[in-house]
Design a protein around this ligand. Structure first.
Ligand SMILES: Cc1cc2nc3c(=O)[nH]c(=O)nc-3n(C[C@H](O)[C@H](O)[C@H](O)COP(=O)(O)OP(=O)(O)OC[C@H]3O[C@@H](n4cnc5c(N)ncnc54)[C@H](O)[C@@H]3O)c2cc1C
Length: 363
């Protein structure tokens, strides 16, 4: 959407088309594991159907792109339709990583609007739930389910929620937030089976549940890119700071892309809403013939119940120090003594001032 909208704003008359397998109008994903799942009817459409007509953006929904013909400059759908392009932006995102245990099909996932609707309906009829995965979406979804009155357990391989990404002290505080929302956290365990009564853990314990959610991470699908011969690395499409891929007039943006960030001076993995939108904007500007480069510090926010965690930073770090505040905290992540990431809860001053520090030390 971001790439198409940006291109359209620069060239009112050149045809713009969006092909998507999703049957819904393009929507914001962050609310799906927050207010929407909790029961509020939050606005999620990025534009009305009329916007696409008024702006002459041809939105083709429910269609799967199967192949990119780089030499012929066209994309081919699963049904064999061919769409020629002059410039192509690949923004195909990521999909949930499948759980590889018996009964895994019974677990619901949360990536699309239709997933969220299915989960919300299942939650309506459930008394108990198990969420598998102690990452951002697992924590958010578990808190929503518990706040809806569903007795919810969050099970994860890590000892503490969000520990792998943010460290032990942050994990301890997140566990308290979860428990304050009514979520029971079960760490250092793996699910070996999903049965009719709930999930079986590796020590044989059965955690009973009417509803099982697998929030076990996402992975970009780069088969399209690979078969078209685009350069890929770490499971993503390699692009420069302008979002050019290795093929002429083909760009990539968002979760599927591994883009060069000029502030960091290296390629950065960012799998967040604001970063995807910004990369899309740059791809749209580049395709439209304007000069633009990705220089923003990546970041996101995560809402667990009523607690909003905010992160900004370059990802990896050597050490961290946590400072508690009256009703929140700040974790400063450092490499060689310089700040390379900042996680805050109710500490917006630190969040705001982190921008300059992070720009100065790209990690
Ligand atoms: C429930 C949920 C909550 C989130 N919360 C946050 C948050 O709070 N903060 C944050 O920063 N980030 C959050 N994220 C992550 C954020 O939504 C993603 O980083 C962002 O959506 C990535 O945008 P994208 O355009 O790269 O991919 P996507 O939004 O995944 O869009 C990709 C689109 O391409 C379509 N597609 C894929 N393959 C094909 C194909 N072969 N043919 C046709 N169409 C195809 C897909 O159907 C989809 O419509 C959340 C994600 C989810 C799922």
């Amino acid at each position: 959407m971001s790439a198409a909208e940006t291109f359209r704003s620069k060239h009112p008359d050149i045809p713009v088309r969006i092909l998507t397998v999703d049957s819904a109008l393009p929507y914001a994903k962050p609310p799906l594991s927050k207010g929407f799942l909790r029961g509020r009817e939050e606005k999620r459409d990025l534009h009305s159907a009329g916007w696409f007509v008024r702006n002459n953006v041809d939105l083709v929904r429910g269609i799967t792109v199967d192949r990119i013909d780089v030499a012929g400059q066209e994309v081919v759908t699963a049904g064999g339709q061919r769409y020629p392009y002059w410039h192509l932006v690949v923004a195909s995102g990521a999909s949930p990583v499948a759980l590889n245990v018996p009964g895994a099909d019974a677990a619901l996932t949360l990536r699309s609007y239709s997933d969220a609707v299915a989960l919300k309906m299942a939650a309506h009829y459930a008394d108990s739930a198990v969420v598998i995965g102690g990452g951002l979406i697992g924590c958010e979804a578990a808190a929503c389910l518990a706040r809806r009155g569903v007795a919810t357990a969050l099970v994860a391989a890590e000892a503490l929620p969000l520990q792998r990404r943010f460290g032990i002290e942050a994990g301890e505080r997140v566990e308290k937030i979860l428990s304050g929302n009514g979520v029971g956290f079960v760490g250092e365990t793996t699910v070996t089976e999903i049965g009719d009564d709930g999930v079986v853990l590796d020590d044989g314990t059965v955690v009973e549940a009417d509803l099982v959610v697998a929030a076990t991470g996402v992975r970009p699908d780069i088969r399209l890119a690979e078969s078209a011969g685009l350069e890929t690395r770490d499971g993503r499409i390699v692009v420069d700071e302008h979002m050019h891929s290795s093929a002429r007039n083909v760009y990539a943006a968002g979760d599927v892309a591994l883009a060069h960030n000029v502030t960091a001076g290296r390629r950065i993995r960012a799998e967040h809403w604001r970063d995807a939108a910004h990369e899309g904007l740059i791809a749209g500007l580049t395709a439209a013939g304007f000069s633009a480069a990705w220089d923003q510090v990546p970041g996101f926010s995560c809402t667990i119940g009523d607690s909003v965690l905010k992160y900004r930073g370059w990802g990896s770090y050597q050490d961290y120090r946590l400072v508690d505040h009256h009703n929140g905290f700040t974790v400063w992540y450092e490499t060689d003594g310089e700040v390379v990431g900042v996680l805050t809860l109710n500490a917006d001053e630190d969040h705001v001032r982190s921008e300059d520090l992070l720009r100065a030390h790209a990690g």
